[in-house]
Unconditional design. Structure first.
Lengths: 430, 333
């Protein structure tokens, strides 16, 4: 064997060895998987095992320079204390958001629709951190619970008609908990709730969720309501009805407020279901196209009623059975109550196109260009506090409004593209 | 003369008897029959304005001072106050309405009535398609099935009546439905009329023991089914938040369009007898029977252009359950 042949053999052996180790490294590192509904704990499907969360700079790049979201056209905010009062938190579509605070600093958590990843953004410098690496694409709706430690993610299965609901637990140790950017390992955990949950609402204290399923053919259909406890990781049925078109709009430890699904020409109703006694008591009723948003203390109901081609908005006081009519023409789904139950923030269209509400807005056949209003719930006095066109060229059809714990920010989703925005409301009010 | 005597004796007898009876009532501090109380509506609901009327054949109430009490509290007094309006309490909260009349010939006459508010909501749902996550109501279309479910609120001594323990009487339009009526029959299923009709469904709910009863008629409007196009993005998923509208410009290499057949009576999107006819600029496209509602389009690699996408749905077996929708798609490179 000549030296040349020996070099070739050693070279080939070296290449094979390097290739083997490279392949092993890639395979052991593992790809991200979508969890499967096997009825088992899907821990193995969540590649949370990375020792750190990926830190994302505000310009949308990771420390290594890899683009991991599409925020690159957002102005760089680092070190800039004069941030605009209206800020785009994400350019990508989000499925749900959650407001939290740590050490007096405001944060917003959110679930990205495309990946199912959970992110956290600190509002003072717009620094963003990814706190879950699990890939669950095509998330349609996400609700945070359990003090932000759990996220209920809902998505359509492959055929596109069956809804899956997965409860993802997020170990908070992995979140951006201080100015120190390093993060620790997090252990994944989660579980599926029953298939085809029609609607779900997390309770005000975030400890439970009420969800609705239905069984049987149309002729003998029944609707069932169950309460899932996030800490106990168990659920129990509390409600049964031969009528199935319910929407849970508020949940606490004693009652569930159930609204009938709305359409322009159909009288709608809002009931309070007493979990202990099983009694269903009417709160509001016989109002066409009724949609509702209960106040934080549960004593008032912000509601809209359909008129021919339009909407009216009012506040119903449960205790004294009085109503305050508002000048705004909008849907309660575009509003949020402040924690004192005295102030409401509402996004209202600058011009309300004449069509059938709320049907057309739910169907996405009409889209708004909103301003944001502050409403005094006692007097009904309404004041504009944000005209988005003063800050951005993007038109805003605001929905899913969330008020931050320190009441400094209002987060909302722009329904036109599901991007997440933050509005520094305390500066506008001042 | 005998013919005159008989009515005269009859009149005198009853006048004397009536006067004596009235005096007796007055002496006993109550009056059961001299004054009659009636109220409208016949079955007042919760927190509903209700008018109580006093009438008498023996006392001229127009010349009598009348005082009205609600649960022992005086609310109205005055000469000839024969009617009184008040607001009922919540369902099951009884209101005791008492009248006190100072009639010159009869003395003080009292009468009371107890009003227990009942309530009846009539909800209904149609067996028609709306997309998953849709927050709105599914509307009935021509010859589709509708379930009507009443929610009566009757309160007795033992609390709320169980809706299964009540008697239901159903009526669709002018016709009663005895086969669907009866004890515990709290669900009524029927086939709607044709598009733009309004079906009138009436239900009367009664208790077996206490005589409580209430009726309600609900109009159910028959809608037209319709098609709405949405984008189904590969990673983001369904964009039910925004429909494609009349015109759509697509910039990605591929575009998947999902049709939502709102208000069609379909047991499943693909498992049904409806025909889905997709066309581009009038040319028919072959449909995947396992995916009738979705089509994926690839943008040409060069140039620009536009085409008209059309979908027509005909739900076989249901008259007038048809719809068609166009969208103009444009692209450039």
């Amino acid at each position: 064997m000549s030296k040349k042949q020996l070099y070739i053999i050693v070279g080939i052996f070296a290449i094979i060895t390097i290739g083997f180790f490279l392949a092993s490294f890639i395979l052991t590192r593992g790809g991200n998987n979508t969890p499967k509904e096997t009825g088992q704990e899907p821990n193995g499907f969540f590649p949370f095992g990375n020792s750190d969360s990926t830190k994302v700079n505000p310009n949308g790049t990771s420390p290594s320079g890899n683009v991991i979201n599409n925020n690159s056209d957002i102005p760089a905010y680092v070190g800039n204390k004069d941030l605009p009062i209206l800020r785009q938190v994400t350019k990508n579509a989000v499925a749900g958001s959650y407001a939290t605070q740590k050490s007096g600093k405001e944060y917003v958590n959110y679930v990205e629709k495309e990946t199912g990843n959970v992110f956290e953004t600190r509002l003072e410098d717009m620094q963003t951190n990814r706190i879950s690496h699990s890939i669950m694409p095509r998330i349609y709706e996400a609700q945070f619970a359990n003090s932000g430690r759990s996220v209920v993610m809902r998505y359509l299965k492959s055929k596109g008609e069956t809804i899956s609901t997965f409860v993802l637990d997020i170990p908070r140790a992995g979140a951006l908990s201080s100015d120190n950017a390093t993060t620790s390992a997090s252990v994944p955990n989660g579980r599926f709730l029953p298939p085809d949950i029609a609607d779900l609402k997390v309770s005000a204290d975030e400890k439970t969720a009420f969800y609705l399923t239905r069984t049987g053919e149309f002729s003998n259909r029944n609707s069932f309501g169950s309460i899932f406890n996030f800490e106990k990781n168990s659920g129990s049925q509390v409600f049964q009805s031969p009528f199935s078109e319910w929407l849970p709009v508020a949940v606490n430890s004693k009652n569930v407020l159930l609204q009938t699904k709305a359409s322009q020409n159909v009288p709608g109703f809002l009931y309070s279901f007493d979990i202990k006694s099983g009694v269903l008591k009417k709160i509001l009723g016989d109002k066409k196209g009724l949609t509702t948003l209960p106040s934080t203390d549960g004593q008032r109901i912000l509601y809209s009623e359909s008129t021919k081609g339009g909407l009216t908005l009012g506040i119903h006081n449960i205790s004294n059975n009085t109503t305050v009519n508002l000048i705004l023409q909008t849907l309660p789904e575009k509003c949020a109550w402040k924690s004192d139950s005295l102030t409401i923030y509402c996004a209202a269209p600058q011009n309300l196109p004449g069509t059938a509400y709320p049907d057309a807005w739910y169907q996405g056949t009409v889209s708004f260009s909103d301003n944001l209003w502050q409403v005094d719930a006692n007097t009904g006095k309404s004041v504009v506090i944000l005209v988005p066109s003063s800050f951005t060229v993007e038109l805003m059809d605001m929905t899913s409004l969330v008020i931050s714990p320190l009441q400094d920010f209002i987060y909302f989703t722009n329904k036109k593209d599901s991007s997440l925005w933050a509005f520094e409301v305390h500066k506008a009010e001042a | 003369m005998k013919k005159i005597y008989f009515p005269l004796v009859f009149l005198v007898f009853f006048s004397v008897f009536g006067y004596a009876y009235g005096q007796l009532d007055s002496i006993m501090g109550k009056s059961s029959n001299i004054i009659t109380l009636s109220y409208t509506p016949k079955f007042p609901g919760a927190l509903q304005s209700t008018t109580v009327n006093a009438s008498s054949f023996q006392v001229n109430l127009d010349k009598t001072t009348i005082t009205w009490y609600v649960d022992g509290q005086m609310k109205l007094t005055g000469l000839g106050k024969k009617s009184f309006t008040f607001t009922t309490g919540n369902v099951g909260n009884q209101s005791v309405i008492k009248i006190s009349a100072d009639a010159p010939s009869f003395g003080n006459i009292t009468k009371e009535v107890t009003i227990t508010p009942t309530d009846l909501d009539v909800l209904w749902e149609a067996d028609t398609y709306v997309p998953p996550f849709y927050k709105g109501k599914a509307l009935p279309s021509s010859q589709g099935s509708v379930r009507v479910v009443p929610f009566p609120s009757f309160v007795g001594q033992d609390g709320y009546y169980n809706s299964s323990n009540l008697v239901y009487k159903w009526k669709a339009g002018y016709f009663g439905n005895p086969n669907d009526s009866g004890y515990g029959k709290n669900i009524f299923i029927y086939k709607t009329g044709y598009t733009y009709n309004t079906d009138q469904i009436e239900v009367t709910v009664s208790t077996l023991d206490t005589g409580l009863s209430i009726s309600k008629k609900v109009p159910i409007y028959v809608s037209e089914p319709k098609i709405v196009f949405y984008q189904n993005k590969p990673l983001e998923g369904m964009r039910f938040e925004n429909s494609l509208g009349e015109a759509f410009r697509f910039t990605d290499k591929e575009l998947t369009v999902r049709a939502a057949p709102f208000y069609f009576a379909l047991p499943g999107l693909n498992n049904n007898t409806a025909s889905f006819s997709w066309k581009i600029d009038g040319k028919k496209l072959e449909t995947d029977p396992d995916n009738k509602t979705e089509f994926t389009f690839r943008k040409p690699e060069q140039g620009s252009g536009r085409f008209q996408l059309n979908l027509a749905i005909n739900n076989l077996g249901y008259d007038l359950q048809t719809a068609s929708k166009n969208v103009m798609m444009s692209y450039d490179n």
